[in-house]
Design a protein around this ligand. Sequence first.
Ligand code: SF4
Length: 305
Amino acid sequence: MIWSKYNLLLDVDDGSYALFNTSSRTLLTFDKETYDEFLYLKENPDSYTEFEDADFLTKNMIIVDSDVDIFSYHLNEILRRRYNPNVMSLTIAVTRACLFNCIYCYETDRPPVYLNETTENHIIDFIKTNSSLQELAVVWYGGEPLMNFQSIERLTEKFKKLGIKYGAEIITNGYLLTKEISDQFSDLAIRKAQITLDGLKEVHDKRRPLCSGKGTFDVIVSNIEYLLSVCPDIEINLRSNMDMENVGGYVEFYKYITNRLNNDRVKPYMGYVQDILNSGCTVESNNIGGFNNRLPIVQEQKKRV
Ligand code: SF4
């Protein structure tokens, strides 16, 4: 076994230590004692079996088989998924419209364009061109996809009639997730939802208001509570878009929301606002896109949680 060439073992200026594997994207932070153990492991990779978490080290590609070329491994995986004729993944934007006006939205113009039945039928025709298809995975996307819920309903019915394995996810701001819509999620085979809350009420409402300026936090949180109660299988990826303005409040938000929702099916995580299109969605000084900026933040949060 060898120490992966994708490991970065870091002795940070402020006296903290970390290991980041750029291949598996595993990030660990630890104390000096563990850092010394990793230094030893780096020089003596075969000693990994003596580590309490030996499985973790191999599973996360920190220690790898000397025969494995990780780059080829990833490439093979990507190609296998991309060119597997039995499986198709589609991201379908059912509308460009959105009722929010988030301060960092990269979709600067959100025209009220909606997927119509003609285009839906073209999608079905396209899927049918693959005669060996056995599995279809869809991500409902927008704008705000729930603004064209009829299209989601119609297409799901048509997908189910194809007689293949089918499942869906949705990326939604969560505001229109009414009881009537949540009640249908299981039938629509929507098993995952990505919903964004940027912090506690005061912070979130400033960053992700309605177009009218009204806050959205309270409605979204109660919608999530209801969705969890009626969909026993739904998993919610609870995203928080962070920049230097709101990152300081993440720990308080994390404690509040995990305590309030109190459900293992809710997975909070941070996204990082980065102005990749130079659209002015965040000023440069607020940008925490770079790894050097993120590491101290993660370390600080780990100390506080
Ligand atoms: S909810 Fe999404 S699409 Fe709508 S304004 Fe916010 S970031 Fe843009």
